[in-house]
Design a protein around this ligand. Structure first.
Ligand code: AMP
Length: 396
């Protein structure tokens, strides 16, 4: 695409890389909240994106979750809104309810010293409480596209004063079929605004979206586009499909794991894994689309609070979750899309914490693992567990 220039981003970033949050010249009330959060220095995406966003540029941020991308757009928005009129001036669209709540929490955290109000609106819960908050007036609305439209139709919120639009995890929103809703919403907000688009991957659909809604955007890219978080230790366990459960139980019982997020391809599979783990005396919770919103919120909270140390999730949990301190991700099934591997392991190794990512590979999944290795640009070490590896099994 012609109007998006990576070199400009690199040049601008190279011109003045800031090393501390104070160097980014954020409002003192924000610096206080950052200090409370215990952050000592900006992550690369924050260092690159915040100065550009503060200058009012449109940004296309190529960054996966775990890079600190949420603060990269939250901080400059708070900085912009802090002294201005109290109207709804920023809208953030996110693909999932979980991400919506997390972005809202980030706003609350970073605006804890500032007079900024934020509301999250998402589906699966009654409209009324959200409606009440919106009608009371808020500075920032974080929404999933479907629910946003409900409120627009009911005229609960006016976007005449909107100054900043964020499309977070744009690739995921398009994957989920939200293009019509996004078009509808953008059609109802001011044309003269700042637009920030974040995406972990850049398929042609996302490029087209950027071309449509961003004005002379600067591309800010963290590391290699598809690189996996560098603090994650990867391993592939070759294992026949029918022995995956036994291997999982063995791995989880053989050493202490503080918190493990397991990805299953299907809901049914997730439930079966939970049952098998429970039979083996391990407490685990499933989280997937058949669970009610209340059950999903509860499952996530229990996992965060350490009540449950094993969470078995399908792809709904793949992005949008911010679970700091996860020590392990296990791909019980090899992800169907190579990009999903990067997203999944983005759950661990977040913001430079150490984490492990194990992938169980049955013979029919060898090709998919090779595709992933090509995408991340490095082979993933194989760990052969005697009695499980299909080489060993074949010799039995
Ligand atoms: P995100 O990529 O936005 O999902 O953020 C990933 C995690 O990094 C979150 O748990 C943030 O609280 C944390 N984080 C964001 N910025 C920083 C920073 N500058 N220093 C340390 N941790 C951070």
């Amino acid at each position: 695409m012609t109007d998006i220039s990576p070199t400009l981003a690199q040049a601008e970033a190279a011109a003045g890389p800031a090393l501390t949050f104070a160097d980014l010249e954020l409002h003192p009330l924000i610096l206080g909240a950052i200090a409370d959060a215990g952050y000592t220095s900006p992550t690369p995406i924050q260092r690159d994106a915040i100065p550009l966003a503060r200058r009012g540029r449109d940004i296309m941020g190529l960054a996966q979750t775990g890079t600190g991308k949420t603060a990269a757009f939250t901080l400059p928005i708070i900085d912009r809104l802090i002294d201005g009129p109290r109207r709804t001036r920023a809208l953030i669209l996110t693909p999932t309810r979980e991400l919506c709540v997390q972005v809202e929490e980030s706003f609350r955290k970073y605006a804890s010293h500032a007079p900024i109000s934020v509301v999250a609106v998402y589906g699966g819960v009654p409209l009324d409480p959200q409606e009440k908050k919106l009608r009371g007036g808020v500075d920032v609305v974080v929404a999933t596209p479907g629910r946003r439209i409900d409120h627009l139709e009911r005229q609960n919120v006016v976007f005449d004063d909107l100054e900043v639009l964020v499309l977070d995890e744009a690739d995921r929103m398009l994957d989920m079929g939200f293009a019509p809703q996004i078009n509808n919403i953008v059609g109802q907000i001011p044309v003269y605004r700042q637009t920030l688009l974040f995406s972990a991957t850049m398929p042609p659909e996302v490029e087209a979206l950027a071309r449509k809604y961003l004005r002379k955007p600067v591309v800010v890219q963290v590391g290699v586009r598809s690189a996996a978080a560098s603090t994650v230790t990867h391993a592939v366990y070759p294992v026949p499909r029918e022995k995956k459960n036994a291997l999982l139980v063995d791995l989880l019982t053989s050493k202490v794991h503080d918190s493990v997020l397991i990805f299953s391809r299907t809901k049914h599979g997730a439930d079966r894994i939970v049952r098998d783990l429970e039979k083996a005396g391990l407490k685990a919770t499933a989280m997937h689309a058949d669970k009610t919103q209340a059950q999903r919120t509860r499952a996530l909270q229990d996992f965060k609070d350490g009540v449950t140390s094993v969470l078995v999730a399908t792809d709904i949990a793949q992005r949008g979750l911010d679970i700091s301190g996860i020590t392990h991700v296990i791909n019980y099934d090899v992800p169907q899309q190579a990009e999903d591997y990067v997203h999944r392991i983005g759950r661990t190794g977040r913001a430079a914490k150490e984490g492990d990512a194990y992938t169980f590979m049955s013979p029919d999944e060898i090709g998919m693992v090779r595709t992933i290795e090509r995408m991340i640009g490095t082979p993933i070490p194989r760990v052969s567990v005697p009695g499980y590896d299909f080489g060993t099994v074949a010799a039995d």
